[in-house]
Write a protein that binds this ligand. Structure first.
Ligand SMILES: CC(C)(COP(=O)(O)OP(=O)(O)OC[C@H]1O[C@@H](n2cnc3c(N)ncnc32)[C@H](O)[C@@H]1OP(=O)(O)O)[C@@H](O)C(=O)NCCC(=O)NCCS
Length: 184
């Protein structure tokens, strides 16, 4: 094992925060931005702990809020390093909200933050290898590798879409959409 390899357990973090009224939107539910900010914080803590350096957020994979979060809920964010590259690493975060009165726990989302470690000069710097001790850690590492490949395919498709979308030739695709054409 390389000297600087680190175990997943070393950087696992759980952050629990009470959802107070000032976090709520006009509908009385918690702002998505509050949860994003907590997720970014926990991703930073976990990544920095693993790398031993300050880290920056580069990419967030899939933030789909599956259940609303209420004022008074206890939100817990469980984070662990799922994958390491050369200077980047992926932190998986599982977010749950607990109703303290009933004890009911809802899964609100699971997201993957890609973080890059920076040195004193603000350049990307090598992160320690990850020691995989459990089957679940191996699975998460493999899944992160696959997501990386899917992301490349998605980005290629997205850039193609931008290059080849031609409003003049594709107006017929809007026929059944809920928009009104009012071109001058
Ligand atoms: C992301 C950033 C570090 C890339 O710097 P760079 O000099 O181009 O370095 P590289 O191209 O070598 O990329 C560094 C690592 O980031 C990864 N990376 C870069 N862009 C990425 C993206 N969009 N998604 C996922 N990973 C990415 C690379 O794959 C590489 O990983 P590896 O070393 O494990 O193989 C740089 O653009 C940056 O600092 N961005 C601002 C980040 C920030 O400040 N975030 C806070 C929010 S404002």
């Amino acid at each position: 094992m390389p000297v600087n390899a680190r175990h997943v357990e070393n950087s696992k973090i759980t952050l629990t925060e009470l959802m107070i009224p000032s976090y709520a939107n006009f509908g009385g539910k918690i702002h998505g931005g509050i949860l994003l900010s907590l997720m970014d914080k926990v991703a930073y803590a976990c990544a920095s702990k693993h790398s031993g350096n300050y880290c920056v957020t580069v990419n967030i994979d899939n933030v789909d809020f599956l259940n609303p979060v209420e004022v008074g809920d206890l939100v817990s964010l469980k984070a662990s390093v799922n994958y390491v590259g050369k200077t980047s690493l992926v932190v998986g975060i599982r977010v749950t909200a607990e109703n303290v009165k009933t004890g009911e726990v809802r899964h609100t989302n699971t997201s993957y933050f890609t973080m890059v470690a920076k040195d004193e000069a603000n350049n990307p710097t090598i992160v320690p290898e990850l020691v995989l001790e459990k089957k679940v850690e191996v699975r998460r590492f493999l899944e992160a590798l696959k997501r990386r490949e899917l992301k490349k395919e998605y980005e290629a498709g997205f850039s193609n879409l931008k290059k080849h979308t031609n409003p003049e030739k594709e107006l017929s695709q809007l026929e059944n959409e809920r928009c009104q054409l009012a071109l001058a």
